[in-house]
Design a protein around this ligand. Sequence first.
Ligand SMILES: [Zn+2]
Length: 289
Amino acid sequence: MLLKVKIMDVYKIIVMKKIILVLSLAFMALNASAWTRLGHAVVAKIAEDHLTPVAKAKLYEYLNGESIVRHASYADDFGVVNKDLKVDKTEFPEYLGSGGYPHVITVDENDELLDYWHELGGNARFFIERYMEELKHPETLKPEEIWWRIVYLTHVMGDFHCPVHIMWANLPLEQNCGLCKIYYRGEEKSWHYVWDRYMIEIPFPYSFSDIAWLIDTFTPEQIAEFTKGGICEWAKDSAIASKHVLDMKEGTRIEKGYLYYERRFVETQLCKGGYRLAKMFNEIFDPQD
Ligand SMILES: [Zn+2]
């Protein structure tokens, strides 16, 4: 009898460990850096190049004379582990992902941005909308709170323009965020990892400012079209544009050519992230009406 109980306990421990391993692997994937440090710097640089002089001066003032580009990956570096975050990490725990501030957005089956929390990855919408409103009244915030809100918005606008940082609430976890395994040049890789890292580092072997200069070629009319509306429209556009990426089947084999085939899509997403971030900051720090 005692032996039977012990065997059951061991079995339970093994099952629990397996569940924890699957969840932590999924969580690690969700919090991996979209587009890497390089891509986030490109988005921030493009945004900075499209700020009004007033908005740009205010951002530099709030960031102690530093560019948003410098802090574009701060939310990846420290936000997840929360070791150096200067805000209370217990604030709004019901909207945080399992490991901290969300780096994904959650949409429904019609690609509409949801306003609720996704158990695993969170949903950045709550923080984007809240921080935008709060930054319009900087006198109500401490300097470090202003600083964090600016660097979080800078980061997460890059994140949700990366296809593997969008979650469809109606799909099972393994079909979301590129969590399937594929073979890249014969090596097994997470599809999420391929998009987070290879899609920018391999086809764009340049500095962040070189990439921004090379790809920021859209006309004012196209930029006006991309930046129409607000966070809900932008999230929906990103979700629709990203579907072809998330349709990847487990075990598919891809070669280097795939990265070049998707190059124009990657460029467009990076630019859209930058233009929309600029519009957000211009509206907050240099409202025209
Ligand atoms: Zn991130």
